[in-house]
Design a protein around this ligand. Structure first.
Ligand SMILES: [Zn+2]
Length: 235
């Protein structure tokens, strides 16, 4: 959507909510309207300028329906801007940066970032499966801070498939914002199949996640003696 677009281009192209909806209308129905419920190709004006009502089944569809802008709790211009920032900034953006830049609540920014990340993933065929071990670590930035400070380092989610013969299969890595249960839960859902058997350590966030996910088992390890393959990969 925003490939090759810089901030000045963006500002010229999208000044109002209407600019954003017009953009979606062009992409969605530009060539030919088609009802996403019944496939009918005839429509009349919907409840507002960015809705079209199907002549056959009467479904009044928003140009934002079936897009990541559907059901957002903020003006669409803000969502467009966030999507622009998230998809064009190479190193990624934290929701703290985003919410300050755009002027929304952090929770709103976080939820939208989640939607963007999920939409930018492939169709799920590349998710890890079988026996999967999960952990989290920090990378980069020298720090003399004790413990796990995320001030100078980036939190990283890591998941490793353990094959029947004990060797390592596919590996998934994802930059995350923090080690909170919500963040780790979505990293798990985005990277690992629902059929997989997941093993984690007894970190409190996983204990929280495991309450709602039956395929997670907690390994009470003795200073990293468990999940040996996973820890080798982290090293
Ligand atoms: Zn229809």
């Amino acid at each position: 959507m925003f490939e090759g677009t810089n901030a000045i281009d963006f500002g010229k192209q999208f000044k109002t909510n209407e600019d954003c909806y017009r953009y979606l209308i062009k992409i969605k129905w530009g060539n030919r309207y088609q009802c996403s419920r019944c496939g009918c190709k005839e429509s009349y004006k919907g409840r507002t300028y960015y809705y079209s009502t199907c002549s056959s089944c009467g479904y009044d569809e928003s140009a934002a329906a079936n897009t990541i802008f559907h059901g957002i709790k903020m003006p669409i211009l803000k969502a467009f801007y966030m999507f622009f920032r998230l998809s064009t900034k190479k190193k990624g953006m934290s929701t703290i940066e985003l919410c300050t830049e755009v002027g929304v609540k952090q929770k709103t920014a976080w939820l939208f970032k989640r939607k963007v990340q999920a939409a930018m993933k492939k169709d799920g065929n590349d998710k890890l499966n079988g026996n999967v071990e999960v952990d989290e670590t920090l990378i980069g930035g020298y720090s003399t801070d004790k413990g796990r400070s995320t001030k100078t380092k980036d939190p990283l989610f890591i998941a490793v498939e353990i094959l029947a013969d004990g060797r390592t299969g596919n590996i998934a890595l994802q930059q995350i914002e923090n080690f909170k249960a919500d963040e780790l839960k979505y990293a798990i859902k985005d990277n690992i199949s629902e059929e997989a058997q997941i093993k984690t350590d007894a970190f409190h966030s996983y204990k929280k996640i495991a309450k709602g996910m039956e395929n997670i088992s907690i390994e009470y390890s003795n200073k990293g003696s468990a999940m040996e393959q996973l820890h080798k990969q982290i090293m």
